[in-house]
Ligand binder design. Structure first.
Ligand code: IMP
Length: 203
């Protein structure tokens, strides 16, 4: 699996240290006040799991969904975002936890939705940032690492066509194409589809 990785950018130990620092910054801003940590699935799941374990116990966690990438390394459409319908955002202080801010469209869409539901504040904490790719201005208050240029990265929650999320480090994918082979399926029908089409879920 690691043969698909061209370069490792951030090793696990470096990530762990940085996440601890970020959590300290977040905790200094919110102190012990109640905070809603809104985690964007799927990409931010590992980052958020590490981050919240360094935050005070006044934290409530909710999960959001966004989809913008299929089996490709560029956004294919406007992000589709989903918020938990039953959650009451009114008057809440929200920390939106993201895996990476790229064009900024996902964060902008989520922030607008949460604000429209009456949140008192919405700050963004992103594990990675690619400022060069920004199309929509967004204010990222807490950033783990800022990427120079425009590498397509995977690992620590980030995927390419649903793969590589489980890598403990962040690396640049060797050959980021538009399609990847999937594992063979046990039935003939599934075997007819050997590649991931662009409508595959990814985020
Ligand atoms: P944005 O709406 O263009 O800012 O895209 C944000 C989403 O695109 C992130 O939450 C990721 O899921 C995905 N994304 C952007 N760049 C990368 C990358 O380098 N690797 C993996 N996913 C990425």
């Amino acid at each position: 699996m690691f043969s698909d990785i061209e370069t490792i950018l951030y090793e696990r130990a470096v990530i762990d240290e940085r996440v601890k620092e970020l959590a300290a910054q977040v905790a200094a801003v919110y102190r012990n006040n109640p905070l809603v940590v809104a985690v964007t699935l799927k990409g931010a799941f590992i980052f958020a799991a590490d981050l919240v374990r360094h935050l005070p116990e006044t934290v409530e966690i909710v999960f959001l969904r966004s989809q913008s990438y299929g089996a490709s390394t560029a956004p294919e459409r406007e992000p589709v975002v989903e918020l938990p319908p039953e959650f009451n955002w009114q008057g809440r202080h929200v920390l939106l936890v993201e895996d990476i801010v790229d064009t900024g469209r996902t964060v902008a869409a989520l922030q607008n939705r949460i604000r429209n539901f009456g949140a008192a504040s919405v700050r963004v904490c992103s594990f990675l940032d690619k400022p060069k790719r920004r199309e929509v201005p967004v204010d990222v208050e807490f950033t783990g690492f800022t990427l120079q240029g425009d590498p397509f990265v995977v690992g620590y929650g980030l995927d390419f066509a649903e793969r590589y999320r489980n890598l403990p480090f962040v690396g640049v994918l060797r050959q980021a194409g538009t399609q990847v082979e999937t594992n063979p399926e046990p039935n003939a029908e599934a075997n007819a589809e050997t590649s991931v089409e662009t409508d595959a879920e990814s985020d």
